[in-house]
Design a protein around this ligand. Structure first.
Ligand SMILES: Nc1ncnc2c1ncn2[C@@H]1O[C@H](COP(=O)(O)OP(=O)(O)O)[C@@H](O)[C@H]1O
Ligand SMILES: [Mg+2]
Length: 299
């Protein structure tokens, strides 16, 4: 039995996943508290383990969030993982390690640069759909799909002018029919996978919400998907010097133009783990938490 904190943002303490995980932890004898990460009154030292969960409002306060993570003892995932993973430039580290990632250009503000990237990616500029999104984001906030290059450029520019890092990617066409596959790991082991339906509709403009939840269907990861997911986790470990000791990980994959998996996102910070969607998933995460608590010792 241990005291465990699940860290949330104030608006998501009632998230269904928090409830399911709390029940699974209570069932194996742990005492669980849901705590708000930026609540100054919380004594994080009182917990044997703090698990980052529904802290989705951090995207407006990333520096404060990373500072908080550094202050909390016995935090999972670890603060250094969170510092690296809350900015999507981590995708560069994955690509540099040879992991297949959706082609991405950063801070594009003029047409010439966009055309140069399109040429390098062998994409006809006029017939391509684009995604523009900020490098610090969750739940598709400030993300959009554009068929007009000028719209894509205007969006990218507006992010850059607001002092943010803008990402430009080709819209991966397979997402419309096949969605993306989230591959979930508990304590380093593959646990389960789900398919998430497409989120960005053509012509919808910039999104500002995280509450329009995707359609979720349980699935089994293919060997190819597992290979790429594990490659992404190895690349993360390499980028951070090893010893990450990940309690949870989610690797989101899409089928690239040749059908092979590409990483769209590696979520080591506050991923939805889709515990209510898959039988046994919450119990597996509770078991991984118990293993972590035992390895840390009691308080
Ligand atoms: N290049 C892309 N091609 C197709 N769909 C995309 C692309 N980038 C983002 N999306 C869609 O937008 C959603 C949010 O983007 P994502 O990169 O996962 O950021 P986050 O989930 O952190 O907001 C994805 O789940 C997917 O539906
Ligand atoms: Mg995502």
């Amino acid at each position: 039995m241990a005291r465990i904190a699940l860290a949330s943002s104030a608006s998501y303490v009632d998230d269904p996943e928090i409830k399911v995980l709390s029940e699974a932890l209570a069932a194996v004898g742990h005492e669980v508290a849901v705590e708000v990460w930026d609540d100054e009154a919380v004594d994080w030292h009182a917990y044997a383990l703090t698990v980052v969960r529904s802290t989705w409002d951090y995207t407006d306060h990333r520096d404060a969030f990373v500072e908080w993570a550094r202050r909390v003892p016995r935090l999972r995932n670890r603060a250094e993982v969170i510092a690296w993973n809350t900015h999507k430039t981590y995708l560069r580290d994955l690509a540099e390690a040879g992991c297949p990632v959706i082609p991405t250009a950063w801070d594009v503000t003029d047409e010439q640069t966009l055309v140069a990237h399109a040429d390098a990616w062998r994409l006809p500029v006029g017939e391509t759909e684009w995604v523009v999104k900020p490098a610090v984001s969750a739940g598709s906030r400030d993300t959009a799909r554009w068929s007009d290059v000028d719209d894509a450029l205007a969006h990218s520019r507006s992010l850059v002018e607001a002092g943010r890092t803008a990402m430009l990617q080709p819209y991966v066409a397979s997402v419309d029919a096949q969605g993306e596959t989230a591959v979930l790991f508990a304590g380093g082991d593959y646990s389960h996978a789900v398919i998430k339906g497409a989120l960005l509709a053509p012509g919808e403009g910039v999104r500002d919400d995280r509450d329009s939840r995707e359609r979720i269907t349980p699935t089994t990861a293919t060997d190819d998907q597992l290979d790429v997911a594990r490659q992404a986790l190895r690349a993360a470990s390499q980028a951070l010097g090893g010893g990450l000791d990940l309690l949870y990980a989610r690797v989101d994959l899409v089928a690239g133009p040749d059908g092979a998996p590409q990483v769209i996102e590696l979520e080591l910070t506050e991923p939805s783990l889709f515990l209510p969607n898959v039988d046994g998933a919450a119990e597996r995460f509770a078991a991984a938490i118990t293993t972590t608590v035992n390895s840390l010792g009691r308080v």
